[in-house]
Structures are given as C-alpha cells and as structure tokens.
Write a protein that binds this ligand. Structure first.
Ligand code: KIV
Length: 298
C-alpha cells in the first residue's frame, strides 16, 4: 500500500534499541515531572515508543481537572464550536473565540502542553495570515503549540510557523473545517485515497510539524502512517496503532447529547449526572427543603 519506508529511528515500547526508556520521572502520563510539557517531550515519547492520551478542553475548570489527572496534552479544539459555543459545526468559530478559550485553558493548567486550534479562515489565505493568527494564540493565550488542518495544502503555512518558532500539530484525514465540501466521511479508503493520505502525512512531517492528528481513517492505514513517520500520530477514529489517542472531552464524559460516532468510548454519563442534580435542586427549592439550617447564616 505504501511507498514510504519506516522511520529509521522508530523503536517500539519494549525494544532494546530505543534511544531512551520510559521511567517514572519522564513518562508523559504518570510521570513525576511538574514542569510544563513541551514538544521536545512529545518527540522523545515517540522515540521510546510511549503511547499518550490527549483530550480537548475549552475552559479553565475542566482543564484543571484533566491536568490534575495527568493528561499530558490538551487541545483547545475548534470542536468548541459544537461542544461549547452552540454552533452546528466548527466553521463559524473565530480566532477571537479560540484566543479567549485557549487563554482560559492555559490559566487552568500547569503541566499539560496546550495546543490551540487555528479556526477556519484564520490560515487558509497563506503562510503570512497563518503566522499572524498563530502569533496571537501564542502571545495572547500562551499556548505551547498550534494545530491546523490540511496536509499538502497546508505545507507552506506549517513551514513558516515552524521556522518562526511556533510548534505545529497537523490534522489530516477527516478535516471538519471542510465539512461543506467533504462531509463527515471516512477518509483514505481505496488505494488512491490511501496514497494521498500518505503524501499528506509525509508533507506535514517534511514541513516540520511535531505531530499529526489522523481523524476517521481506516485502522490499517493509520498503522502504516504511524510506522513510516518519525513524528507521533494522534488518532481519533483511526484504530489502536497510533502513537496517541484524542477524544473530545464532552463525548468522552457523556455530556454531548445525541448519537455518538462509533469511535467514541464514553467513560461517564455527565449528562445524566448533571440533569439529575439539576432536578434534585429544583425539587428541593420548590419543596422548601433547600436551603436547610446548615446552609443559612444568622
Ligand atoms: O477540534 C477538535 O477537537 C479536533 C479534534 C477532534 C482532533 O480537531
């Protein structure tokens, strides 16, 4: 399927030729380090074959919970559009909104690497527009890296950002900002589409991206991309072989309503918990049992 060769320095978790080994102090998840994680730590994790988790976050309080839980990388995704701001898609999200949300997540965390998403319309004009937008997220929000969508088509943008000192996480496969032309369909099915995905992956790596999100691509193809790249792959709906996995937090914790995509694993049902708590509060108020004596001051 692929024309690319495996990355020469790639080693699996248990292999003896790994450049370094994961131990209690340097692990991205479960490590003892308290300083903020950088893209150099992410690169080192790939070299030693360590898998890592990434979650989205859109506010300081939720981000602080995930930071305390040891999640090493948080994405202030433009999925905030659907999951936080009430839009139908990610398309309407603005750079000002992403800057405000990213700043809140940075303030709520002390250890995680915070990646801020460049929203639709903030980098498609070309590298200079991308640099202006990314600079805002780095300077005003304080993110440690930015993410943008597109493979070969975003090569020049990634190159200029990286040359300018801004680490970039790329995003290929299903790119939700292109929903109006692409829909929400599995990408990379069939030989031609698989070859294009491989070219996109190679292109973002060559441009200097430190990691690449693979969204909704066949597991076998994602495994192939992970094997041939020397930068980490972050899967969402891309099978088990990617170096990292990301989920949208409101999906993962069962806050998002409606039908979930097949790739989501729901670890809690916050929608039910919160709904039940709101009803219990309402019943206490209407029934006169809240506030009780212990909630009153005299
Ligand atoms: O915006 C987002 O949350 C994303 C993830 C789904 C990778 O791009």
């Amino acid at each position: 399927m692929t024309q690319l060769q495996p990355a020469p320095h790639q080693a699996s978790a248990g292999s003896t030729d790994a450049k370094s080994t994961t131990n209690a102090s340097n692990a991205l998840y479960g490590g003892k380090g308290t300083r903020r994680i950088t893209v150099r730590d992410i690169t080192a994790a790939k070299e030693r074959g360590e898998k890592w988790p990434m979650l989205t976050a859109y506010d300081a309080m939720t981000a602080s919970v995930f930071d305390e839980a040891g999640i090493p990388v948080m994405l202030v995704g433009d999925s905030a559009g659907n999951c936080h701001l009430g839009y139908e898609t990610t398309v309407p999200v603005t750079l000002d909104e992403m800057t405000m949300l990213s700043a809140a997540v940075v303030r709520g965390t002390s250890r995680a690497l915070i990646v801020g998403d460049l929203p639709f319309g903030s980098y498609q004009e070309g590298p200079v527009q991308a640099l202006r937008s990314a600079t805002l997220l780095v300077k005003e929000a304080g993110v440690g890296a930015v993410k943008l969508e597109g493979g070969e088509r975003s090569h020049r943008q990634i190159e200029l950002l990286v040359e300018s000192g801004i680490p970039v996480m790329a995003h290929i496969g299903l790119t939700p900002q292109s929903v109006n032309s692409m829909g929400y369909r599995v990408q990379g099915r069939g030989e031609e589409a698989a070859q294009q995905l491989l070219r996109d992956a190679k292109s973002v790596q060559d441009a200097g991206a430190f990691a690449v999100v693979l969204e909704l691509v066949p597991a076998e193809l994602a495994a192939e991309v992970t094997r041939v790249l020397h930068i980490p792959t972050v899967g969402i709906g891309a099978g088990a072989e990617t170096d990292a996995q990301v989920l949208v937090w409101t999906d993962m914790l069962g806050l998002t309503g409606g039908r979930m995509p097949k790739f989501v694993k729901q670890y809690a049902n916050l929608r039910e918990v919160m709904g039940n708590a709101a009803k219990a509060f309402a019943e206490d108020v209407t029934g006169g049992t809240f506030p009780a004596e212990e909630h009153s001051v005299h």
